[in-house]
Ligand binder design. Structure first.
Ligand SMILES: CC(C)(COP(=O)(O)OP(=O)(O)OC[C@H]1O[C@@H](n2cnc3c(N)ncnc32)[C@H](O)[C@@H]1OP(=O)(O)O)[C@@H](O)C(=O)NCCC(=O)NCCS
Length: 167
């Protein structure tokens, strides 16, 4: 696949050998807690469970992993929805359309399974401006907020996108 970036960007399903690179990406998320442990457990469980509903993709440039995004039934499973998670693009490769490419595959995956919605917990929209603006630009809306859900000033913000197939 080629975006506006002048190098080829490849998107593929992740595998076990990708986990260290994915954890390096997770470490780039600004957070007061270490997120790598929970990410490691989740990624390993997904690979071990062959009945797992959901998918996880990696984006590569010159064979190097520069981005990732997955989807899963999430905290409130429904036949109508999947939850996107762990969207991260390496800080040296942002604004080249990589997250947009990753989402196009996740949306295709969800539509092929008859899903109506993609949802996510966007986190703190005051701190995560790039993520918030990216999702707005890509058709997501805030559909719910629980103030201080994760702690003081750490609101739970749920964003969702109604999926329509592009034929
Ligand atoms: C959010 C993130 C995944 C975006 O990845 P990306 O590959 O740079 O996104 P894209 O290049 O596909 O951006 C598409 C559009 O989204 C918007 N956007 C993306 N980053 C933006 C930013 N920092 N500020 C404003 N708008 C932004 C723009 O409209 C952009 O189009 P443009 O570049 O033509 O103006 C990336 O910044 C990131 O990894 N952030 C840290 C991790 C994170 O917050 N993850 C999300 C958790 S929910």
């Amino acid at each position: 696949m080629r975006s506006e970036y002048n190098k080829d960007i490849y998107i593929r399903h992740f595998n076990e050998s990708d986990i260290p690179a994915l954890l390096d990406l997770v470490a780039q998320i600004a957070s007061s807690e270490d997120l790598t442990e929970s990410a490691h457990i989740q990624f390993s469980n997904e690979l071990a469970n062959h009945d797992h509903e959901g998918s996880r993709f990696v984006a590569t440039v010159d064979g190097i992993i520069v981005g990732t995004l997955g989807c899963a039934p999430g905290p409130i499973p429904s036949t109508q929805a999947l939850w996107a998670d762990w969207l991260i693009v390496d800080r040296d490769y942002r604004r080249y359309g990589i997250a947009t490419l990753l989402y196009s595959l996740i949306e295709k995956y969800a539509l092929e399974r008859g899903k109506r919605y993609l949802c996510l917990d966007i986190g703190n929209i005051d701190q995560e401006r790039a993520a918030y603006l990216f999702h707005l630009r890509n058709g997501f809306q805030i559909v719910g907020q629980l103030p201080d859900y994760w702690g003081d000033h750490e609101h739970l913000n749920i964003m969702a996108k109604y999926l329509t197939s592009r034929k």
